[in-house]
Write a protein that binds this ligand. Structure first.
Ligand code: FE2
Length: 289
């Protein structure tokens, strides 16, 4: 039996071109939105046309999730106190359903490289990251979600698989997982593993949210661009995740070549359709037992 993770169903990453659709009401099939936390932390009054007041207006009628991109949980630099304080202030103001960031590092020696960089899957790295997630969770007073990233290289130092690493980090730090099925697919092609093995290794109780996005292929390498429609292979992997884990809140991430809302809405509806179809299948199987 699957755990009912949340009252949230299908969501979307709210981007400024679609703000008008969300300010006063919610489009069909959207029961929550995710926003990039730093957009509202860096400039509390204004960012790229999206103000904190607009976010508060959306929040007045729709659950919001804060998604960070620069916590740099795997860096060897100390966790920035100023970053944590600004994140906490935003949490207090917006009251998000939950808060997430990535299993990666984004800089070292005080530099922010503005990229989500991979780490070696070693015992040493597990203890390093777990200690830092615990620091963050203690400071915020809540569990956070950690997302698996896409990557374009592997470390010869790695001792275990990516999914073993993710699972152990989540269990040891008692955090949740934000499972990006597009990143699983991209890495499965780039690094030559079976995406099914990845999903089957994870525990449904740890997964609280799912990301679905588009990627492109360049010179035989899949690049996680969030600039295209979701590929069939990624939809198939999402369907498999619903079979394995049940209906977990899932959303579309689109960050480049952002289409009109009506176009993106079709992908949001696709999430709902797959979730409903697989839930009905699970009910039929349960009724037969
Ligand atoms: Fe993602």
């Amino acid at each position: 039996m699957h755990t009912n993770h949340s009252k949230l169903k299908t969501g979307v990453g709210l981007r400024s071109p679609h703000l008008d659709q969300f300010l006063n009401s919610s489009p069909n099939n959207v029961s929550w939105v995710e926003v990039v936390a730093e957009n509202y932390m860096e400039h509390e009054d204004h960012f790229q046309g999206v103000s904190i007041a607009n976010l508060e207006q959306v929040r007045s009628h729709l659950p919001v999730i804060l998604h960070g991109v620069s916590l740099s949980i795997a860096s060897t630099d100390p966790i920035k106190a100023s970053h944590m304080k600004r994140l906490k202030n935003l949490i207090d103001r917006i009251q998000p359903e939950w808060v997430s960031d990535h299993l990666c590092w984004t800089g070292v020696d005080g530099e922010n490289l503005h990229d989500l960089l991979p780490l070696p899957f070693t015992r040493e790295a597990i203890f390093h990251v777990v200690d830092r997630i615990k620091q963050v969770q203690d400071y915020l007073g809540q569990r956070i979600l950690i997302e698996n990233i896409s990557s374009y290289l592997e470390f010869t130092e790695s001792e275990i698989t990516e999914w073993e690493f993710l699972k152990e980090v989540a269990e040891r730090s008692d955090c949740h997982i934000l499972l990006d099925v597009n990143n699983v697919y991209v890495n499965s092609i780039n690094h030559g593993f079976d995406a099914q093995d990845y999903l089957e290794a994870l525990s449904q109780d740890r997964i609280q949210q799912i990301h679905i996005a588009g990627h492109v292929e360049r010179n035989g390498v899949l690049i996680d661009t969030h600039s295209t429609n979701v590929r069939k292979e990624v939809w198939d992997l999402y369907r498999e995740s619903v079979r394995l884990f049940g209906p977990i809140p899932a959303m579309i991430e689109r960050d480049a070549d952002i289409p009109e809302w009506e176009e993106l809405e079709k992908e949001v509806e696709m999430i709902s359709r797959i979730t409903t179809e697989e839930s009905h299948e699970a009910e039929k199987v349960a009724a037969r037992i």
